[in-house]
Design a protein around this ligand. Sequence first.
Ligand SMILES: Cc1cc2nc3c(=O)[nH]c(=O)nc-3n(C[C@H](O)[C@H](O)[C@H](O)COP(=O)(O)OP(=O)(O)OC[C@H]3O[C@@H](n4cnc5c(N)ncnc54)[C@H](O)[C@@H]3O)c2cc1C
Length: 436
Amino acid sequence: MSSYLIVGAGVFGVSTAYHLIRKYPNANVTLVDRDAYDATSRVAASWDWNKVVRADYDDFVYCKLALEAQDIFVNDPLWAPYFKQTGVYWICRSDYAQNVVNHHRRLGRTDDIITLPISEARKLYGGIFEDADYSGAKEVLVNKGSGYALAGDALRAVTKEILHLGVKYVTAEVASLEIDAQNTCRGIRTVSGDVLRADHVLLCTGAYTPKLLELSAAQSGRSNLRSEDRILAAGITTGLAQLDEEEYKKYADMPVGFQGYLAEHGKPFIGSLPPTKDRELKWWGSKIFSNVREILPGRFVSAPPAGPDYQQWNVSRRMKQDIIEQKDLWFGSKSKHWNMTTHRICWDAFTSTSDFIISPHPAAKGLYLATCGSFHGFKFFPVIGKYVIDMLEGSLSPELEARWRWDRERPDALTAGNPEYPNAEMNDLLDTVAKL
Ligand SMILES: Cc1cc2nc3c(=O)[nH]c(=O)nc-3n(C[C@H](O)[C@H](O)[C@H](O)COP(=O)(O)OP(=O)(O)OC[C@H]3O[C@@H](n4cnc5c(N)ncnc54)[C@H](O)[C@@H]3O)c2cc1C
């Protein structure tokens, strides 16, 4: 009977465990994560109030994959309670909208997806986006099929389901990989010294992946384990504002908003999420920041700050200011009095083209990776594990294998025209402390 050790219980790890246990009900599948799946605070990027679930991609491959995932969010009783089909309102500064519409047509989809001139679009939804920033915008894409998921709730529910199906869950921090003299990865060693073994070791460790590979390289003396410039760990600030009862009524049925920017604007697309059950609107910041530190003598790697919670609740004034600025891109002066309640730094793993890495690791037999959500991985939760199994079994389509493999062409983000790549360093966003 095959055994699988999956490190990381975010969407990549849980989706893989879900598809594995359904395909092979007798398989020995163990998930290991530093946080309990039902902890009140987790470091996973996948653990969040909400995440956008959209199939509005101008990249055909991800458009198709996102539609496959979205159909499950809509129709499958395990996922449907966590999906809110609010639609998206996308202010486009490029040919993005036309590309999305063409992809949907090519895929034979009859989704409710349209492009509108700005003057017409800003009257929609009771005019809530009237004061948004339309500078340089060409048109607005409205797709009523997209929406958002209650991310943390969905992650908890699906994890609970797979535990019921026989997956084991171990709460422990993994310190390094166990690699034998024949270059085969046999398992992992936890920080407390326990060794867990399996035939397949899959790293779904998100932002922590480069650091874990670096530590394992040092521990095993195999420098080719390192991710080098393939993966960059980076954080993004998110912030919430709570509306009062009266104001909430105006935004209760709002769609997800997107400000689409280009690589030359030096910032990613900026989203505005509909209110949570506590009447809180959410935005993310324009700064995607790496945190490069010397983690071993002479080895500089970007990683989330040390500590059990990645210090994710320690948000500087500059980071909070970034959120205010992005909020204003949507709601301008009418939002000046809104009370900002909660801030968090969310850490993810990035590649320069935003393509995932779903691949065997060439440095050790039995070692695999499924990671690099690159700021867009959540929406694939219902399906991504199916493709990870294809990778494990060598049956991934040549197109996907080429997109997701460990060694592939890696243009820099600007050349790749990718605005969703880290654009800052965390140190530069921390509060300066007065020297007295
Ligand atoms: C601010 C922000 C907003 C986003 N918005 C969206 C969105 O709207 N829509 C969308 O589709 N995507 C979005 N994303 C991207 C998406 O959240 C991520 O791509 C996706 O959740 C990554 O999932 P993962 O499983 O790779 O990693 P994670 O969810 O980060 O999971 C990794 C897990 O590995 C565990 N782990 C790591 N190292 C160890 C170790 N050494 N030992 C034990 N456990 C370990 C961690 O505890 C964690 O639980 C957003 C990301 C950010 C940062």
